[in-house]
Design a protein around this ligand. Structure first.
Ligand code: C5P
Length: 220
């Protein structure tokens, strides 16, 4: 039995949603967790498709195909294209939930007393992947919650049809955006919840892949 995914989709980093030719709405994601996951999965022998938003990271491994995207819409299109040929998806990207309804074709002038930008929801990549997931495929989502974390993460797991969800801490020292360390809790589809110590993202990636391997085994 092959516990590591054979072909694994990883989404990573932020998305940038253009306001005008020079401005965008973004977030603080650096892509470190997603890149650590891609590196570890490749190291374990998986073919990895890494779809990443704009990040300052480099990765080179013969098993990794990197697809660079900018917006949520582009990440959605790439993910929908790649997911059917994968047996696992790890959705660690911090995808923007909203995007400007209209992108100004010229730089918006500063001499205005106020400015309102109308936003439209982006496609929920995780939700679409969860909806087309086949019985042999496993999907791991991420959640960053500020209150009632476990409850919200569990609700997200069922709503998006994940097999497991990684709950990220924003409050623990050294965890989350930009750090090389993370403190996570993984909840699986049976409700099993494991809380991990603060550790390097490279080590966190091993923990996540181990859970994924267990979930793959139960499906085969
Ligand atoms: O709902 P929320 O954004 O907290 O969900 C987090 C999970 O959903 C993450 O795995 C994230 O990558 C994924 N997601 C997505 N597409 C979106 C929004 C979130 O894939 N548009």
């Amino acid at each position: 039995c092959q516990p590591t995914p054979r072909r694994c989709l990883v989404t990573a980093g932020p998305t940038y949603e253009a306001i005008d030719p020079v401005r965008f709405i973004g977030n603080h994601s650096t892509g470190k967790m997603g890149f650590a996951l891609a590196a570890e999965a490749a190291q374990q022998g998986a073919e990895v498709v890494l779809i990443t938003g704009p990040v300052q990271l480099h990765i080179q491994h013969p098993n990794i195909t990197r697809i660079d995207v900018v917006s949520a819409q582009q990440m959605f299109e790439a993910a929908m294209q790649e997911f059917p040929s994968c047996d696992a998806a790890i959705l660690s990207a911090a995808v923007a939930d909203f995007t400007p309804t209209v992108v100004a074709n010229k730089k918006i002038k500063e001499k205005q007393s106020s400015l309102t930008i109308e936003l439209t929801p982006t496609p929920d990549i995780a939700m679409h992947i969860g909806a087309i997931k086949q019985p042999h495929q496993v999907v791991c989502g991420f959640a960053l919650e500020t209150h009632n974390a476990l409850e919200h993460a569990q609700a997200k797991l069922s709503k998006k049809n994940f097999d497991c969800i990684v709950l990220n801490s924003l409050t623990d020292q050294g965890a989350g955006f930009g750090y090389d360390t993370n403190k996570i809790t993984i909840i699986d589809v049976t409700g099993k919840t494991v809380e991990y110590e603060l550790k390097k993202k490279t080590e966190v990636a091993k923990d996540i892949l181990l859970i994924l391997a267990t979930l793959i085994q139960t499906k085969n």
